[in-house]
Write a protein of this length. Structure first.
Length: 484
């Protein structure tokens, strides 16, 4: 089991092991010695604060980093003025990077008050040369910089920082390595993300991810299944299988297995009641997967299927490898097989060369696909991607005007779709107490919609029948149904 390695039994005066994860447990034991000294000196535990930017992958990586820190003896806090602050960064769009520079300004002030404070940065933005050069030059108070491939080494880097007092920069360009069995803490006791693969091989022409997350590699099915079994034994009822393109899972393994086959195995694990996954690339979504989803009693009726654009001409320039018609026919197939499926998407507005006609094609797909919701993004030029050098960038005012039109359409369709469930009884997994109104407990339907229900905190982590009494556009109010 994770979290149960006895660090006290590790001899930290011997040489560190070369094998993983044993090497990292050795460094965790070493850091623990430092934490004990801190406690003696300050009469309290050291506190850590983490903030995660970006996608579910980053969120899961952060849970593992928090697992390392808690094993060492740090205690998590919501206060940014902590003894260790770590930002797990995103770089998919330019504004994500700007947020980090802004936050670092504040941290400098905190560090002046607490010179022993450690500041660590990791994640996708650290995989880019430009930002790392800028940080080491203009923000020299940052202690540790590491990337997406070596976050498992955090304890080792922390030891290096304690011992040398110098800025530690450790970025790997890529890796074949998948380190299993590290400690982890989960944000929610009843649901968890599970990585099934890392990296991406698709090289969509606007996207930085393949450059910062490296080549696609799948975890072995037995590792995934054993992790899910121990999560289930620990009370987890919902899992989200994570990968940049889950539909190509397993292709590069020594014993190849399809994503659909993996899902069938996950389905057999008792205790797991809901299975979600993301993200699906339309070009790899197989009939076999649709069949497995249709016959499953656990796979949620929700599919996130990024379209990016409705224009076949732009899809080709984006290197997406499907046409508008192929995408719509896939949506048709899914809706026919699973009539109550919620389909959501990602759309980029203002990709270089986008004409009014291209944009109208996107609007057409939005109407025809009848999305339950859509994440809409303004195209952001990412240095190093092919699209960054395309000359015909679209003027900002035009992009903004299209973006507003798209958002309006997406919201109208989503609101109309949500109305269809008003008055119905659906299963809800309750997740947390409502922040604005403590009498309400917030949960999610199988299709991922949010519902607020009057009830007590005992509901959290449980799945119950709920009557959706009122649709508020993007969420519902409901009542427990059929319970005494
Ligand atoms: N500009 C805008 N949006 C982007 N995405 C990825 N790269 C960019 C970019 N350069 C969006 C895509 C992807 C989502 C995670 O982020 O829509 O599906
Ligand atoms: Fe980026 Fe395309 Fe890979 Fe998704 S599939 S991470 S959009 S390159």
């Amino acid at each position: 089991m994770y979290n149960e390695i006895d660090l006290d039994k590790i001899d930290i005066n011997s040489e560190p092991p070369t094998e993983e994860p044993a090497r990292q447990y050795y460094f965790m034991a070493k850091c623990r010695g430092w934490v004990q000294e801190f406690k003696k000196k300050n009469g309290r535990c050291p506190f850590f604060f983490t903030q995660t930017f970006g996608c579910q992958m980053n969120a899961r990586d952060s849970e593992k980093i928090c697992g390392i820190l808690e094993t060492i003896g740090y205690v998590q806090t919501d206060e940014e003025e902590a003894d260790l602050v770590l930002y797990n960064t995103c770089t998919v769009r330019e504004n994500a990077n700007n947020k980090i520079y802004g936050r670092l300004g504040y941290l400098n002030g905190y560090k002046k008050k607490n010179p022993d404070m450690k500041i660590a940065l990791c994640g996708c933005m650290m995989q880019e040369k430009g930002p790392v050069e800028k940080i080491t030059k203009s923000y020299p108070f940052v202690d540790i910089i590491f990337g997406t491939h070596n976050f498992f080494k955090f304890a080792e880097l922390l030891v290096q920082s304690f011992e040398t007092g110098q800025t530690v920069v450790d970025i790997w360009e890529d890796t074949e390595k998948i380190v299993e069995k590290l400690p982890t803490v989960r944000k929610f006791p009843f649901k968890s993300g599970v990585n099934i693969m890392f990296g991406c091989n698709n090289f969509c022409s606007y996207c930085i991810v393949p450059y910062v997350r490296g080549r696609e590699r799948s975890r072995k099915p037995e590792e995934i299944l054993s992790e899910i079994r121990s999560l289930a034994a620990d009370g987890v009822v919902e899992i989200m299988l994570l990968g940049q393109n889950v539909n190509s899972y397993g292709k590069t393994l020594d014993n190849p297995i399809s994503f659909a086959e993996l899902l069938k195995e996950v389905e057999k694990i008792s205790g797991i009641e809901r299975i979600r996954f993301m993200t699906s690339h339309p070009k790899d979504l197989s009939d076999e997967l649709i069949e497995v989803m249709k016959n499953s009693s656990k796979i949620c009726h929700h599919l996130h299927l990024p379209v990016q654009s409705g224009s076949t001409r732009l899809l080709e320039k984006m290197n997406r490898k499907y046409t508008k018609e192929e995408y719509l026919s896939l949506v048709g197939k899914l809706r026919k097989a699973i009539p109550d499926i919620a389909i959501t998407t990602d759309i980029i507005v203002g990709f270089p060369g986008e004409t009014e006609q291209d944009f109208e094609e996107t609007m057409d797909v939005v109407r025809k696909a009848d999305y339950d919701s859509a994440f809409t993004f303004i195209y952001s030029k990412r240095t190093g991607t092919p699209a960054a050098s395309y000359e015909d960038q679209v003027p900002e005012h035009m992009v903004k005007e299209r973006f507003d039109r798209l958002l309006k359409e997406v919201q109208e369709i989503a609101a109309r779709k949500s109305m269809q469930l008003e008055g119905k009884v659906e299963k809800v997994l309750f997740e947390h107490q409502n922040e604005q109104d403590e009498a309400l407990i917030t949960g999610r339907l199988s299709n991922n919609s949010v519902v607020h229900v009057k009830g007590s905190v005992e509901l959290i982590g449980k799945i119950r029948d709920v009557k959706l009494t009122e649709c508020k556009g993007f969420y519902y109010y409901g009542e427990l149904y059929g319970h005494a």
